[in-house]
Design a protein around this ligand. Sequence first.
Ligand code: FAD
Ligand code: 2HG
Ligand code: ZN
Length: 460
Amino acid sequence: MTDSRIADLQASVPGLRLKTDPADLEHYGRDWTRRWTPAPLAIALPGSIEEVQSVVRWAKANAVAIVPSGGRTGLSGGAVAANGELVVSLERMNQVIGFDAIDRTLTVQAGIPLQLAQEAAREHGLQYPVDFAARGSCSIGGNIATNAGGTRVVRYGNTREWIAGLKLVIGDGELLDVGRSLVKNSSGYDLRHLAIASEGTLGIIVEATLKLTDPPPPTNVMLLALPSFDALMQVFDAFRARLQLQAFEFLTDRALHHVLAHGAQAPFAETHPFYVVTEFASDEASETEALAAFEQCMEAGLVSDGVISQSDAQAAQLWRLREGITESLARYVPYKNDVSVRLSAMPAFLAETQALLGDAYPQFDVVWFGHIGDGNLHINVLKPDDMVQAEFVADCDRVTRLLAERLHAHGGSISAEHGIGLVKKPYLSSTRSEVEIALMRGIKAVLDPAGIMNPGKLFD
Ligand code: FAD
Ligand code: 2HG
Ligand code: ZN
């Protein structure tokens, strides 16, 4: 059965590159969640939009589910193929197609890694400002499909803000070209925004036109040590009032512990409960304001120590303390929560969540970090070595249900930036109303009538 479908696909799309080796099925069938056993039918690696369209038409005719696949750095199981799906990897469609100096846009194939898109922008003296640690491996298509955030959102916003236009192959193989890179376009629904954060459930993004902006100023990185969670938002307020922040990120002592164990350099002689990594322009006026904010926070007892980068190398070292966390935890296959609330709700939500998790997980290593300036917390729970994986996940799921209730009460989100995928599907209704979910299903039915685009992700 399996073999005949693959032969049929090959015959229907002559020249299509296909992989079926067990090692390839394993490699392309999973993402960074590592929770599901990969079992794809095959891996298709189209080299052009026309090939993507032909593959989709074949899949529709043969009722074969498709999993669109970028760099598989996703943390929600969106790119997992565990049920005989055809993985459509965009990795061969990885080129810059064009640059427009007047429009300040860069047009790329969707499989291009984020870092290569950033570098292409830099070569033209401009900046593509979305940024995070997976930059070398994740793709622009995956970034768009998850509306990726990252460490610059506090200054530049999410991926959504930077997509001038895109091309999407929908569930019947039709190519939608949406956005047209127009600054202004009040001609009805903006279909571009449906594709953003659609997690591969509406179609395959094959091309994108990225907005570019002025390069960032030369910057300084500051690491602050904080005595308490309560201080976090007050320190953010103090720095935000005086400076245009390029980043405002936090981590706990447990997070620092794991990055240091992974080879990073200790920033202070003593340990502290919380840390903030912030970045701002290195001009004299900004440095003066930063020092004033620091002193103000010290006097108020909100900050207990601080260090400011004296070189690019030191700035990179300080960033490693924040950016290295996910990799340093990977060997534990952590249970991840990626939640957000409005900044105004953050102090109350933080206090409640701390109490909830303190009660729920007295015996687990719970690692907090995230984009606190965006109201976004990452909570990673590490499995004790002697605990069975299924039991661990069931226990964490139970706590996530309680967390989802708290999020619902605060009007927050169960997925701030990683997507719903498989991991957060049971909790979607904590963030989206029944009416919203019904409308999302309706939209999927229109764009993907045969239901072949990443079925079972986001919702059933
Ligand atoms: P994949 O994992 O391949 O896919 C993700 C989803 O998008 C899946 O549902 C998939 O089906 C869909 N998809 C992929 N390509 C396409 C396409 N061309 N068309 C349609 N659908 C498609 N995320 C953040 O938001 N902020 C962070 O700070 C951040 N930091 C990270 C750090 C590390 C070390 C790691 C491992 C991950 C991090 N992530 C972060 C998560 C992840 O990198 C992002 O979600 C990223 O945008 C996923 O891109 P990808 O190409 O790897 O997508
Ligand atoms: C980050 O901000 C990423 O570093 C990953 O979004 C978060 O590993 C995580 O939980
Ligand atoms: Zn993040």
